[in-house]
Design a binder for this molecule. Structure first.
Ligand code: BG6
Length: 476
């Protein structure tokens, strides 16, 4: 049996749900500038500089699903499903439009206060991501984003402002969403743009930015405990471990190497020091990471209280990848694993992989875990009666819930909660599409921005409600 206080709920992010990007005194963020279409990926990688909205592009984050105007309705629906927790992010530029303004924007602060009050009304615990792919554009233009050490202080001040202001509402905080995304999409993760002169030093720049984020994360963990001893601060990994394609030891070695690319961040955040394999890599590859004298102490003394992660799929690697077909997946390249089915977007479905990941993370960190994203991106069709019978989503979630229950009940993993991704349809981070839907609640909007925004409960809405009320005992 899961603990009676197990936190069931769902997750969204400001930039994928709120819209209203320039209303209420908000400033522009990196993720507002990800266009739909071919350029999305080169902008995300930091190779194509796009620091303003340009003619001829569609930017889905501008309006998203307009949760800015619909949050009352949406929270009401979450409450109807029985959510115990709602994971959301605060938009940095709603609080500090330029990232480092003298005064915070009161209108932005009030907006989230209204959300927290509404959640409190229904006894829904907020789980707040301080930065979900969110870097103020002004800090990118003036400081180069997280390349620059100055971002640490700006971020800490932003975090202090929201932690103090929302102290009576929020206990669970995440410092950076999928912090390892920095290695894969530097603009999305750190507002990093590679200028001509940076082209030969991309890796060093990226790891320097990572160091800044890691120090910022520790400082905020310290601060959060000073503000309120009951605060729980977590790190967040884009999870899903790597399988070797074969039992060739070289493939296994490759899997260890690739797992470590992500674990690197969590090793620092949860264990408090740079792992030796990373220091050796820096030495070997000539990466010179600048650190200040007290950084090492800060990292060592202020580790996170829990480890959270997203899980959509496992990944498969080989020492000789060109020999095999590839698969798409959340953020990282992977070889197609012939043992697994795939979603319409080619992400490989692997519930047992979730149980395996939970075990690996728990063995490694011995800290409570929290699955803060999991779900199926699928095309949903309304039938003639206006219903959405998303049995495929129920099937996906049911298998993943059973897998984490097995990890808890059979393997003894400590798990605090589970928030499904995109509990209401929102725009996709990788593609910008609306048609890649994850929600229990359908939002009437298409990939070109047309639609009434009407919210409709899907079949999975009623199913999840039963799952929550039975504390995961009824999955059918
Ligand atoms: C995670 C992100 O990478 O995966 C979310 O934290 C994202 O922001 C989610 O939406 C699903 O990915 P996608 O590309 O299908 O939206």
């Amino acid at each position: 049996m899961l603990d009676k206080n197990f936190l069931w709920g769902g997750a969204t992010a400001a930039n994928q749900a709120e819209g209203a990007v320039l209303r209420g005194g908000r400033g522009l963020s990196n993720v507002d500038l990800l266009p739909m279409g071919n350029e999305r990926s080169s902008v995300a990688l930091g190779d194509h500089k796009m620091l303003a909205w340009e003619e001829g592009y569609y930017y889905p984050a501008k309006d998203a699903i307009d949760m800015y105007d619909n949050y009352l309705k949406d929270i009401h629906l979450f409450a109807e499903m029985g959510f115990k927790v709602y994971r959301m992010s605060i938009s940095w530029t709603r609080i500090f439009p330029n990232g480092n303004d003298d005064q915070p924007n009161e209108e932005g602060l009030k907006f989230y206060e209204k959300i927290f009050k509404e959640l409190k009304k229904y006894n829904i615990e907020p789980l707040v991501t301080i930065a979900h792919f969110d870097v103020p554009v002004s800090l990118i233009k003036n400081f180069g984003g997280w390349k620059n050490r100055k971002l640490i202080d700006f971020y800490v001040r932003y975090a202090k402002t929201i932690m103090e202001r929302y102290d009576s509402y929020v206990n669970y905080w995440l410092t950076f969403n999928e912090i390892n995304i920095l290695l894969h999409q530097p603009f999305v993760g750190g507002g990093i743009i590679f200028e001509e002169e940076d082209r030969d030093n991309k890796l060093e720049i990226t790891y320097q930015a990572a160091h800044h984020q890691l120090v910022a994360s520790s400082k905020v963990t310290k601060l959060s405990h000073e503000i309120n001893n009951n605060n729980m601060v977590g790190c967040m990994l884009a999870g899903g471990s790597h399988y070797p394609y074969s039992c060739n030891p070289k493939d296994y070695q490759e899997a260890i190497k690739r797992d470590r690319e992500g674990y690197f961040f969590i090793d620092v955040q949860a264990r408090g020091k740079y792992p030796k394999y990373a220091l050796k890599k820096f030495e070997r590859e000539g990466l010179k990471i600048k650190m200040e004298s007290d950084d090492i102490d800060i990292l060592a003394n202020y580790t996170v209280d829990f480890v959270s992660f997203s899980y959509y799929c496992s990944r498969t690697v080989s020492a000789d990848p060109d020999k095999y077909k590839s698969a798409t997946g959340n953020l990282f390249p992977s070889i197609k694993n012939e043992n697994l089915p795939s979603t319409e977007w080619g992400w490989q479905i692997d519930p047992l992989g979730l149980r395996n990941s939970l075990n690996q993370l728990y063995d490694r960190y011995q800290k409570p875990l929290f699955i803060v994203e999991n779900g199926l991106g699928a095309n949903d069709e309304l039938n003639d009666d206006g219903e959405i019978n998303d049995d495929y989503r129920i099937d996906y979630l049911k298998k993943h819930i059973q897998a984490f229950k097995d990890a808890v009940e059979i393997d003894g993993v400590e798990l605090i909660g589970y928030t499904t991704w995109g509990c209401i349809d929102l725009i996709s981070a990788s593609t910008g599409q609306m048609s890649k839907r994850y929600g229990f609640i359908y939002v009437d909007k298409d990939d070109h921005g047309n639609g009434t925004l009407l919210r409709t409960k899907k079949k999975s809405f009623y199913w999840y409600k039963k799952v929550i009320s039975s504390n995961g005992e009824i999955l059918d």
